[in-house]
Design a protein around this ligand. Structure first.
Ligand SMILES: C[S@@+](CC[C@H](N)C(=O)[O-])C[C@H]1O[C@@H](n2cnc3c(N)ncnc32)[C@H](O)[C@@H]1O
Length: 408
């Protein structure tokens, strides 16, 4: 999306057209385009409106019905925070009695909308001009929210006592400028020095304004968590969506936390205290319990699998593998439980024989903590049979092992 096509949509005729379009239907797009052209709309305005219609349809997953009144760029939508998660960010500022938040790299404005929705004043900037215009359109309903085309580094921030009710929010771009793939999306970057603003700059901002929060990748390294902050890993419906670092009054629990969020359920948050004093991993295969539990991925990313070991009175299979053995059958909302049918040291021939003897023809292969490739393993196993099984390839006492399990 460029400025010219956004301008066409923000102008009267384009906006009216966009709002009048039927729900997006890929199969009918060509026919709709022809119909709109014959109704007298220019090729440019039709193309811009249909692009937005397509992006709005994609945006519904993250932004629900709000998407129907928003504008997007493909990259902006991809990087936007899911509304439920953005609402959780915004509520931290509210609880910390922050009144105005500077969103320093607001993208299409999903986080900014959640902040504004809680009646916080929002001062947003984005260094990309098109994105800033799009965010301005998306924030139009909130009189105390404004968006400027500017770089975070150039924003003049309050100092001293004036920072008391001010917050900063940074969601640095994890995309390389300019290098777009064939879908128009830009390449991801992974290093903390390559994100924009950089991690170094984010920490400088946090020194200037105590109530600072920053959204980082779920791969954020534990050793990089600054002293006194909260590093909060969050998952949505089983997928880890971020590690947000919170400073000053925005900290709820110092250290690493994991929040497991699911549509329709109350979020559960685990902290380092929940994982404290968890038992040592299994000493040998003989200690394997009747059940193996797998925590939500946010818990694993946060390094809090010990909380699950404590909750089920069990022990992790090996340091950091994220599977917990136990003899107790408990329902833990933030974990999956499997019954252990068989457990053995990893040996492809032995597993093939076991699967053949048990007439297993369909396999789900899960693996963590071992350098085995599930597709290669599947080929090596050459399963044929009527039954079904799930196998977990993982480690016990540093050695590769396999568990045959069933849900429950
Ligand atoms: C991950 S997106 C923000 C998404 C946003 N939180 C949301 O929920 O929609 C990051 C944005 O930061 C902008 N950006 C990158 N470097 C910047 C800088 N130095 N100053 C201001 N904006 C910047 C990018 O253009 C991009 O739109």
């Amino acid at each position: 999306m460029d400025l010219a096509s956004i301008a066409l949509l923000v102008g009267g005729e384009g906006w009216g057209l966009l709002q009048s379009l039927p729900p997006y239907d890929a199969a009918g797009e060509l026919a709709l385009q022809t119909r709109l052209r014959s109704a007298g709309f220019s090729a440019e305005v039709v193309s811009a409106a249909l692009t937005q219609s397509r992006l709005r349809a994609r945006g519904r997953d993250k932004l629900g019905a709000f998407a129907d009144g928003m504008l997007f760029t493909p990259d902006g939508l991809e990087q936007a925070t899911r509304l439920e998660v953005a609402a959780r960010h915004a509520s931290r500022y509210l609880r910390a009695e922050v009144r105005a938040v500077h969103d320093l790299g607001c993208g299409i404005g999903a986080d900014a909308m959640a902040l504004a929705g809680l009646d916080l004043a929002v001062r947003a900037v984005d260094s990309d001009e098109v994105t800033a215009v799009v965010a301005g359109v998306n924030l139009r309903h909130w009189p105390d929210a404004d968006v400027a085309h500017a770089r975070a580094e150039d924003v003049s921030l309050p100092t001293g006592e004036a920072t008391r009710h001010t917050g900063l929010w940074l969601d640095p771009a994890r995309r390389a400028r300019g290098a777009a793939d064939i879908t128009g999306r830009t390449r991801r970057v992974f290093s903390l020095d390559a994100i924009s603003p950089t991690w170094h700059q984010v920490q400088d901002f946090a020194r200037a304004v105590p109530a600072t929060g920053a959204k980082l990748s779920p791969t954020f390294p534990h050793q990089a968590v600054p002293a006194g902050t909260e590093a909060a890993w969050t998952s949505w419906n089983g997928e880890v969506v971020e590690c947000a670092v919170w400073w000053g009054p925005l900290v709820q629990t110092v250290g690493r936390t994991a929040s497991v969020c699911r549509a329709g359920s109350v979020a559960v948050t685990l902290t380092e205290a929940d994982a404290e004093d968890s038992p040592e991993p299994l000493g040998s295969l003989a200690e394997m319990g009747s059940y193996v539990y797998e925590p939500d991925r946010a818990v694993i990313r946060a390094g809090l699998t010990g909380a699950l070991a404590n909750a089920v009175d069990g022990a992790e299979l090996d340091h950091g593998v994220g599977y917990v053995s136990s003899n107790r059958a408990l329902d833990i909302s933030w974990s999956h439980r499997y019954s252990v049918v068989e457990a053995m040291p990893w040996n492809v021939k032995a597993l093939r024989a076991w699967l053949r003897d048990h007439d297993i023809g369909r396999l789900t292969i899960k693996k963590r903590g071992v350098p085995l490739d599930p597709d290669t393993v599947r080929r090596q196993l050459r399963v044929k049979g009527a039954g079904e099984a799930t196998v977990i390839l993982t480690r016990v006492r540093s050695q590769p092992h396999v568990l045959v399990v069933r849900a429950g």
